[in-house]
Ligand binder design. Sequence first.
Ligand code: RP5
Length: 165
Amino acid sequence: MKKALVGILMGSDSDLPVMRECAKTLEEFDVPYEMTISSAHRTPERTKEFVQRAEEKGIKVIIAGAGLSAHLAGFVAAHTVLPVIGVPLDAGPLKGMDSLLSTVQMPPGVPVATVAIGKAGAKNAGVLAVQILATQDETLRKKLREYRKSQAEKVAEKAKALERE
Ligand code: RP5
């Protein structure tokens, strides 16, 4: 088994259906990852230990997804100098706005790269992690260019299909 380069954390198993998008994206790029559940509020010690071990294990980027009053990504960022990507999740009556604001509004000096709420954000967190790793990896850069090309081709195909109607 290859050494994980990305650590994916989520606050609860109820976050998994959305956070799987990160994992799927990393798999598309053949980037090894590890994924677990840990909460900033319910299991702060476990979360801190995960972050400490992640650095020792050679993980390069951490993705943290949580809903409601989401402090997971910020808590992780407070304990590491690895880049942290925050995924705000829609887990309650405020539809993820609560999580978006608590994830994105970090104090100066401790950034969290916050992506969109929900599945689009989870997917983009995966892509952004690949882009960070690609700064040191030409093979990944090539794959990212191919990924963009295939996205453009899909749009062109859809446009053609629509224009034929
Ligand atoms: C957050 O609270 C989790 O990240 C989840 O989005 C939300 C609800 O958690 P559960 O009550 O479903 O475990 O900490």
